[in-house]
Design a protein around this ligand. Structure first.
Ligand code: SAH
Length: 333
């Protein structure tokens, strides 16, 4: 529930609106997971809330750890499994969360899509990923990226509600600039996102500089080709004055040639954009290989005055790529 939802609930129950502030403080500042621990609420109200709501619905199945990343496998109420990955940066703790069980976007290189979408995540299941990781490790999350299993804009309403809750100063209070939503390019939802005026960062999974190649890698490109995608992104930049991040996985012999780099530079010329080159995280199921030309590709973009960085790798040993832990787990099960 958003803070406003909870206020409305209390009003509908002939309780004071102010109760919402108290409950949010217990949930998100003092971090209790039981209504009976909310000691400034009357016993009857504690009981009523206990009978009406649940605070925790997901649980930890397993976690894997290396020096700068920890991968979590969670089980939902209905036994479905999702993943989250904690990345420890020098600027804080960033959590990559899932937005759906499986994914229907069918990107050729991505493990998540091998398991078709079973359902979207409820808002609380996204919020709980943060709260549980914080509880398990006794840390605070400072940054959130919506880059786990699922396509966030395929679960738009719940994702926006999730962002509202974690961004609210009454909730987890993570600054909008510390939240990044990544999409494969669902244009109607990007339009809606522009209208909603959220100040969170927008990242686009691009992965190819032309329609022919992009349609081979990402079926969504057939519905929403690059010229339409770029039209809406230019509108986004113009209206919000914000920069767009482009994610570009470098796949050996597929999209890593000098020609691709030049074409990409042309596509992005003059745009308030930056490119995040991603070393491919190879999986045992998918044929693609990691490119050995990352720095060559980087240099061409740089020479063409495109802002570019190479994504630091976390959890390669952990099978931290989108969907890998879950699909490994389900195979041994
Ligand atoms: N569906 C959303 C968000 C989830 S995927 C999107 O498409 O943006 C998050 C990012 O991880 C995407 O850029 C995706 O293309 C990338 N990705 C998927 N599999 C990967 C792999 N094996 N190695 C590296 N990046 C991967």
């Amino acid at each position: 529930m958003t803070f406003e939802d909870l206020e409305n609930y209390f009003v509908s129950q002939n309780e004071k609106k102010f109760k919402a502030t108290q409950v949010f403080e217990w949930l998100y500042k003092k971090r209790v997971s039981n209504f009976y621990d909310m000691t400034n609420l009357k016993k009857e109200l504690q009981e009523k809330l206990t009978n009406t709501f649940t605070i925790r619905t997901i649980k930890l199945i397993t976690k894997r750890e290396d020096k700068d990343a920890i991968k979590f496998l969670f089980e939902l109420n209905d036994n479905n499994k999702i993943e989250a990955v904690l990345m420890k940066h020098d600027y804080g703790n960033s959590l990559c969360i899932s937005t759906e069980v499986g994914c229907n976007m069918g990107c050729a290189f991505c493990e998540s899509g091998r398991l078709k979408k079973v359902r979207h995540l409820e808002t609380h299941e996204m919020v709980e990923q943060i709260l549980l990781v914080e509880e398990i490790l006794n840390i605070r999350i400072s940054h959130v990226v919506l880059m786990g299993i699922g396509e966030p804009f395929d679960n738009y309403d719940n994702v926006i509600k999730f962002i509202n809750i974690i961004n609210s100063n009454k909730g987890i209070d993570i600054g909008a600039r510390h939240i990044t939503v990544s999409t494969c390019g669902l244009i109607p939802k990007i339009e809606e996102f522009i209208k909603d005026g959220k100040q969170v960062n927008l990242a686009i999974s691009l992965h190819a500089p032309n329609n022919e190649l992009r349609s081979k890698l990402m079926p969504i490109n057939k519905a929403y080709p690059l010229e339409d995608l770029f039209k809406v992104l230019k509108k986004y930049i113009e209206l919000t004055n914000r920069r767009v991040t482009f994610e570009y996985i470098l796949l050996d012999g597929v999209n890593d040639s000098d020609e691709c780099a030049k074409e990409l530079a042309n596509l992005l010329k003059g745009m308030n954009a930056y490119v995040n080159l991603i070393p491919y995280n190879e999986t045992s199921h998918i044929e693609f290989k990691r490119s050995k030309r990352i720095m060559e590709f980087y240099d061409i973009l740089k020479k063409n005055k495109i802002n570019v960085t190479v994504r630091r790798e976390f959890g390669r040993e952990l099978k931290a790529a989108c969907g890998q832990l879950r699909s490994n787990y389900e195979e041994v099960e």
